[in-house]
Design a protein around this ligand. Structure first.
Ligand SMILES: [Zn+2]
Length: 154
């Protein structure tokens, strides 16, 4: 049997499913007047770490969504490496987060919208060679959140 309604079927693309979870966190950041970026880390079909941008609330430029998700996932697993894990993040990781992802050796990174200014892919090979990078999942929704955030700021 083939499903047509992907919203209600279990046949929904897993990458889109988890990106939606990351988007929910990004919206939380938006509500708290933080740059709306959200991240989740998934291992064996389970979310084991999540985070959203908290640089304003914590007065901490390192409080990116990915950094918090890495810390939470490592703490959950009781180990610093995130092999067999996927990081879902609504916007392309920056250089700092790409560097952190290198140390975790995370298996996959799936991101939504590219970051034309700060995205790590503009600065050479910063990701771990074993990390598979997938871009453009729910790209429009992820980008729209950022665009409307900065439009409202002006
Ligand atoms: Zn970052």
């Amino acid at each position: 049997m083939r499903y047509i309604n992907f919203e209600e079927s279990s046949n929904i693309d897993p990458d889109e499913f988890y990106m939606k979870a990351a988007l929910t966190l990004a919206k939380k950041a938006y509500e708290e007047d933080e740059v709306p970026i959200g991240a989740v880390i998934v291992s064996q079909g389970k979310i084991i770490g999540k985070g959203y941008n908290l640089t304003e609330r914590l007065n901490d430029v390192t409080a990116h969504a990915e950094m918090q998700a890495f810390t939470a996932a490592s703490s959950y697993l009781g180990g610093k490496y995130l092999k067999d894990c996927t990081l879902y993040v609504t916007v392309e990781p920056c250089v700092m987060c790409a560097g952190a992802s290198y140390w975790t050796q995370v298996s996959r990174i799936v991101y939504g919208a590219p970051d034309e200014k700060r995205g790590a892919s503009r600065y050479g090979k910063l990701f771990h060679p074993k990390t598979e990078i997938i871009s453009g999942v729910l790209q429009e929704e992820c980008a729209e959140l950022i665009t409307s955030f900065f439009r409202q700021k002006r």
